[in-house]
Design a protein around this ligand. Structure first.
Ligand SMILES: [Zn+2]
Length: 121
């Protein structure tokens, strides 16, 4: 999966997708790797209407986010100001990081420093 929980992603396709002028971004709440789906805050929200009941005399509606296909979201790069494709690489001290394939900026660490991957100088 190219995104993780708590990532900020751009939503590319679907009812909640933005445009190049106004991009839609949201935080990843949940990743469902076996289904290749992600749940993004505020995206693909569905409402369940409730009849008034004893616990809930007013009735009303509940909303929750439904999963969207992981391929419809891209990790958001704050430098490029849009969703971008990512690569993975090792830093000089042996940490694994994600980076933006467009501008080359780091987009966060994936692992702690490991000597085996550190660059020897
Ligand atoms: Zn970038």
């Amino acid at each position: 999966m190219h995104v993780r929980k708590d990532d900020i992603v751009e939503v590319l396709t679907g009812d909640d997708a933005g445009t190049a002028q106004s991009r839609t971004t949201g935080r990843v709440l949940r990743v469902l790797p076996d289904k290749n789906k992600v749940v993004v805050e505020g995206i693909n929200r569905v409402y369940k209407h409730l009849k008034p009941s004893r616990q809930n005399p007013q009735g009303g509606r509940l909303s929750k986010e439904m999963p969207v296909a992981a391929s419809n979201v891209l990790l958001y790069c704050s430098t490029c100001r849009k969703g971008v494709r990512i690569g993975r690489r090792y830093t000089d001290d042996g940490r694994k990081e994600r980076y933006c394939k467009k501008c080359g900026n780091s987009l966060g660490m994936l692992s702690k420093a490991r000597k085996a991957y550190a660059r020897k100088s």
